[in-house]
Design a protein around this ligand. Structure first.
Ligand code: FPP
Ligand code: MG
Length: 322
């Protein structure tokens, strides 16, 4: 049963890839860069969430979505929003590569990278406006973009501050990451059902929210996992004085750790975390709790059981990383 759903999802993702590939810009000097950005998609988790929640209503069709269907278009647009944030993020983080390719700013400089990010963000808005079933759909899209930027800004406010709390961290990652996961899930429901049951929408909202929290916590653990090549640079957060959960747990429990963090030597912080495995373990536990809350959100929801199975499988796959 899950196998059938997986094949269906793969077929739908192919349509999203095609939709992204068909995007082009009229700004001739940067046409190739725009193309390269939109073709260099990652695992497309957010697009997958749009597609899966696009079938979440009980009794939904098991046929692949048509290429021009609002769910496929919306899934592509959500990926574009994600991509736009990454183009800006890579400028801010001075990252040289993304998904194995040189970042735009390393080729054309920061100005072009910011403009190209803006262009992708603007197209996301234009596409969503063209398929919006209601005004509140557009309001939700816009307010989520505000949340994402707010999360980044909050993270920035804590840079270098060894007094940041776990609560602060949770707010920051809720904005910068979980909000978009949540939006992907609710977007799938809104684009596929005219008047969704409030319980279905609540399940989409809560599943996306908790899965997104877990995703970012696991990503932050990965920054310290120097033995495992994830394709991303390591120790970036601590080098940039961004204190994520393992560090915050250490700061909260040991005044001596403040002095180590203030030395601004990433390897010394890594040594400390390796000597205090309970900090990574406590962080993993936080991720596991979020995953379990995501799964609970599906339990009593009026949701297509085949879709619930594949969403649960996705949650288990994430849980296997911690
Ligand atoms: C990756 O975080 C970045 C985000 C989750 C969000 C970035 C958002 C912005 C820069 C807001 C402004 C942009 C727009 C277009 C609204 P990370 O650096 O922890 O992850 P990484 O390791 O993948 O870089
Ligand atoms: Mg980054």
């Amino acid at each position: 049963m899950i196998h059938g759903q997986r094949a269906l999802l793969d077929a739908d993702l192919e349509q999203v890839v095609g939709r992204l590939h068909s995007e082009e810009t009229s700004v001739a000097p940067y046409r190739e860069d725009y193309r390269r950005l939109l073709d260099n998609h990652g695992k497309m988790i957010r697009a997958s969430l749009v597609l899966m929640f696009g079938r979440a209503q009980a009794g939904s069709s098991s046929e692949p979505f048509a290429p021009e269907s609002p769910v496929v278009t919306g899934a592509a647009a959500i990926e574009m929003l994600h991509l736009a944030t990454l183009v800006h993020d890579d400028v801010l983080d001075e990252a040289d590569t993304r998904r194995g390719q040189p970042t735009v700013h390393t080729i054309h400089g920061n100005k072009v990278a910011i403009y190209l990010g803006d262009l992708i963000l603007s197209r996301y808005m234009e596409i969503m406006a063209s398929i919006a079933p209601t005004t509140s759909f557009i309001q939700e899209q816009a307010s989520t973009v505000c949340e994402i930027v707010g999360g980044e800004l909050l993270q920035e406010s804590g840079r270098g501050n060894t007094s940041v709390s776990r609560n602060y961290y949770e707010h920051a990652i809720q904005g910068k990451t979980a909000a978009l996961f949540r939006l992907a899930c609710t977007t799938g429901v809104h684009l596929s059902v005219d008047s969704p049951a409030p319980e279905l929408l609540a399940a989409a909202h809560d599943f996306g929210q908790h899965l997104g929290m877990a995703f970012q916590i696991i990503d932050d653990i990965g920054d310290f996992d120097v033995a495992h090549n994830s394709g991303k640079p390591k120790l970036e957060d601590i080098r940039e004085q961004i204190y994520t959960l393992p560090v915050i747990l250490g700061l909260e429990s040991d005044p001596a750790f403040h002095k180590i963090v203030e030395l601004r030597d990433p390897l010394k912080v890594l040594d400390y975390l390796q000597a205090h495995p309970q900090l990574i373990e406590g962080t993993k536990e936080a991720a596991r709790q979020e995953i379990s809350q995501a799964q609970q959100a599906l339990e009593s929801a009026p949701i297509n059981p085949k879709v619930a199975s594949i969403l649960n499988a996705l949650a288990r796959k994430l849980a296997a990383q911690v």
